[in-house]
Design a protein around this ligand. Structure first.
Ligand code: PMP
Length: 439
C-alpha cells in the first residue's frame, strides 16, 4: 500500500487509525495544525482527497498525459492502459461483471441524464439495436420518490414531457422516509421506469434496493439507482442488487471532481442510444449518418478526463485498502453520535429515520425558530463547515413543511470531536438566536 498507514485489515478503525488517515489528507493535515481548525462536516457535498489521489493525478499529468484511444504512440498506449485499468478497478469495486458496464460521465447528474436522455432518443426514433425496450407510450408511468435529489427528478420530468408518459412519485412520510410497502403500492403494470436514491442526501435513509428491484422487475419496470451517497460510504454490489442502471460521482468518494460513473447491466447499456455524440464514439461516419461503437465507448465522445479517471482509480484503491465494511462501521458510529446528540437537544427536529440502522453518513436538522441560513452563518463563525439550504431536494423539504435544513455529513476521516463541535454549535445557535428550548 502506497502512502497508506499500516491499518489492521480486520479490526475496527481506532482513533489512532483515523488520526493517521487524516495526516494523509493535505487538507486535514494543514487544517489540524491551525490554531482554530475547522470541523469539516460536508463530505456529502464534496469530500476531501488523500495525497494518494492527488499524487496519482499529478503523476499521471507530469509523466503520462495523453489523449486516450487516439493515435498510435506509446504515450497514448500508456494513458489508455491507465484509463481502461481504472474502468476495470471501478467495475470490481461496485460489483459490475465486466469493465464494459462502466461508463465515464462528468458526475452523477450527467450519468443520470445519460439514461434519461438516451431513452428520449430511443423514443425520438434515434435508437440503436434493441432500443425498442425503451419505448414509452402515453399512459406509461415513470416512478420516482418525493425524496429525490433534483438530479434524479428533473431528467425524468423532461423525459415524461417528451414522451407523454406520466411522472408519478412515492410521497414522503412525515419524517421524509418511504418504505417498500409504499413502493409496492405505487408500482403499477404501467410503470416502465423506477428511479430512486440508494441513500437520501437529506434524510440519510437507505433504500432496500434488492427488494425494490424485485418489485420493479415483477411490474416490468427498469430500475435506475442514484448511488451518489451510498458508494462512498457502504459496500455496494450493483450486480447483486440487480439494478439496471446506477450513477455516482468521484468527488464524493475521496476522488476528483469532473468524473462520474454510469453503471449499466450489459444488455441495457447495449440497447441505450447515445445522447451526446461526436468523435471517438463511432465506427463509421458518412455525411448523412453515423454508426456507434458498443458500450461504453458509445457514451464517451470527445477527449476524455483521463487524469480524473486515474484519480478515481486511486480513490477506489484507497477505500479498498481500508475496506468498505470498516468505512461503513466507522461512519455508523459517527452517525449514532450525531443522531443521539440531536435527539437529546430539545428544539431540534431530525429529518429522516431516528433508527440509525436505516441511516448512512449524514443527519440534517431543522432548528425550531431559527432559519437554516442563520444557523449556517453561526456554525460558520464557529468553524463548523456544513451545508444549509434545500440540498437540491426542494420537493422533499416542501413535504416536510420547511424550506431548508442544516446537514452534517461524515466520511471515514471525520472525528468524534468534529461531530461534538457541530452539536455544540447547534446549541450555541439556539442560544444566540433566543430559540433555546428547555427540556
Ligand atoms: N444525487 C444525490 C443523492 C446527491 O447527493 C448528489 C450531490 N449532492 C447528486 C445526486 C448529484 O451529484 P453531482 O453534483 O456530483 O452530479
Amino acid at each position: 500500500m502506497e502512502n497508506m498507514p499500516a491499518l489492521a485489515q480486520t479490526a475496527a478503525l481506532t482513533g489512532a487509525d483515523i488520526a493517521e488517515l487524516r495526516a494523509g489528507f493535505p487538507y486535514f493535515a494543514a487544517n489540524d495544525q491551525r490554531d482554530e481548525p475547522a470541523a469539516y462536516l460536508d463530505s456529502a457535498a464534496t469530500s476531501q482527497r488523500p495525497a494518494r489521489v492527488l499524487d496519482a493525478e499529478r503523476r499521471f499529468l507530469e509523466t503520462a498525459n495523453a489523449a486516450v484511444h487516439r493515435g498510435t504512440s506509446g504515450a497514448v498506449g500508456e494513458a489508455t492502459a491507465a484509463f481502461e485499468g481504472a474502468r476495470a478497478a471501478v467495475a470490481r469495486f461496485v460489483g459490475a461483471a465486466t469493465p464494459e458496464q462502466i461508463v465515464w460521465a462528468e458526475n452523477a447528474t450527467d450519468a443520470l441524464n445519460l439514461v434519461a436522455l438516451g431513452i428520449g432518443e430511443a423514443n425520438a426514433g434515434l435508437g440503436v439495436a434493441g432500443s425498442e425496450r425503451y419505448r414509452l407510450e402515453p399512459g406509461d408511468e415513470i416512478l420516482v420518490t418525493e425524496a429525490e435529489h433534483h438530479a434524479n427528478l428533473i431528467p425524468w420530468q423532461r423525459l415524461a414531457a417528451k414522451t407523454g408518459a406520466a411522472l408519478k412519485y412515492i410521497p414522503a412520510r412525515e419524517d421524509g422516509t418511504w418504505t417498500l410497502d409504499d413502493a409496492r403500492e405505487a408500482l403499477t403494470d404501467r410503470t416502465r421506469i423506477f428511479a430512486f436514491g440508494h441513500v437520501s442526501n437529506v434524510t440519510g435513509l437507505v433504500a432496500p434496493v434488492a427488494e425494490l428491484v424485485e418489485l420493479a422487475r415483477a411490474a416490468g419496470a427498469i430500475t435506475v439507482l442514484d448511488a451518489c451517497q451510498s458508494v462512498p460510504h457502504i459496500p455496494v454490489d450493483f450486480g447483486a442488487l440487480g439494478v439496471d442502471f446506477a450513477a455516482f460521482s468521484g468527488h464524493k468518494m475521496l476522488g476528483p471532481n469532473g468524473i462520474g460513473v454510469l453503471y449499466g447491466r450489459a444488455e441495457m447499456l447495449d440497447a441505450l442510444p447515445p445522447s451526446r455524440t461526436g468523435g471517438s464514439a463511432i465506427t463509421k461516419v458518412t455525411m448523412e449518418s453515423a454508426l456507434f461503437m458498443p458500450a461504453p465507448q458509445r457514451f464517451e465522445p470527445g477527449t476524455q478526463p483521463v487524469s480524473q479517471v486515474v484519480g478515481l482509480c486511486a480513490a477506489v484503491a484507497y477505500l479498498e485498502d481500508i475496506g468498505m465494511e470498516r468505512v461503513a462501521a466507522r461512519e455508523h458510529e459517527l452517525v449514532e453520535r450525531l443522531v443521539a446528540g440531536i435527539a437529546e437537544t430539545p428544539g431540534l427536529r431530525l429529518l429522516g429515520p431516528a433508527d440509525t440502522t436505516q441511516r448512512v453518513a449524514l443527519a440534517a436538522v431543522s432548528v425550531d425558530g431559527v432559519h437554516a441560513h442563520d444557523v449556517g452563518q453561526y456554525l460558520d463563525d464557529q468553524g463548523v463547515l456544513v451545508r444549509v439550504g434545500h440540498h437540491c431536494a426542494q420537493p422533499l423539504h416542501r413535504a416536510l413543511g420547511i424550506t431548508s435544513s442544516t446537514r452534517a455529513s461524515v466520511h471515514v476521516t471525520t472525528t468524534e470531536d468534529e461531530v461534538d463541535r457541530f452539536l455544540d454549535a447547534l446549541r450555541g445557535a439556539q442560544r444566540y438566536f433566543g430559540a433555546e428550548v428547555s427540556a
